[in-house]
Structures are given as C-alpha cells and as structure tokens.
Unconditional design. Structure first.
Length: 119
C-alpha cells in the first residue's frame, strides 16, 4: 500500500461545518445512499445525549460523519479507502496484502479525522 498523497484532484465539495445540518447536506450531495444511516446515527446520538445528559454522543456523531465526508469529498481518497476496505475484508486475500490494506484504511481514517480536528 502506498503512502503517497492521494488527493491530487479538487474536492467535490468544500468541507462543511461540523454540524448535523451541514453534514446531512454534504452526505445528501456526495453519498446520498448513506443518508438513512446518518439520520439513524443522529437520532441515536441525540437520544443517548439526552439520556446521559452529555454532548459526548453528539460530538462522536459529528467526528464520525465529518471524517466520512472528508474522505468521500475527495474522489481519489474515497476510491482508495473503499478498495482497501474491500481487500482487508476479503477472506481469500493474501494475508500480507490484507494487513497492508487494513493499515492503509487506518491511515486514511486518521488523516481525515486529523484534518477536521477530530483526530
């Protein structure tokens, strides 16, 4: 797996603010198939936040979806991320290649999280 920069092209959208509404709008624009997942996660986070009287679940929600959006808004990064996810999960893959792919998934997640201040 390469550690070269993979964001050569421009992002599909600017990075939105880390608010539920802005993240929902970004997901609707670049990965609309995941909108139901985002809405479910937000409802669960809001319920948990209320139940435990803490904003922690909402912060985790914005960190998670901010990271997802920050990966998906860069087409080359998203393609690399998904290819590595598939390889890492493939039970028939060469174990060394699968480990390298899993490591790359982690690196992409860390980088995307750090870029939004969630890492």
């Amino acid at each position: 797996m390469s550690s070269q920069p993979i964001e050569a092209s421009a992002p599909l959208i600017p990075m939105p603010s880390l608010t539920p509404d802005a993240l929902r709008a970004a997901v609707a624009q670049i990965i609309p198939s995941r909108l139901p997942e985002l809405n479910e996660h937000l409802a669960s986070a809001a319920t948990s936040a209320q139940r435990i009287s803490s904003v922690g679940p909402l912060r985790a929600f914005t960190a998670h979806w901010g990271t997802v959006v920050n990966i998906e808004r860069w087409p080359q990064r998203a393609a690399r991320f998904h290819a590595c996810e598939e390889l890492a999960a493939d039970p028939l893959a060469d174990p060394e290649a699968a480990r390298a792919a899993a490591s790359e998934v982690g690196r992409i997640l860390r980088t995307a999280g750090e870029e939004i201040g969630a890492g």
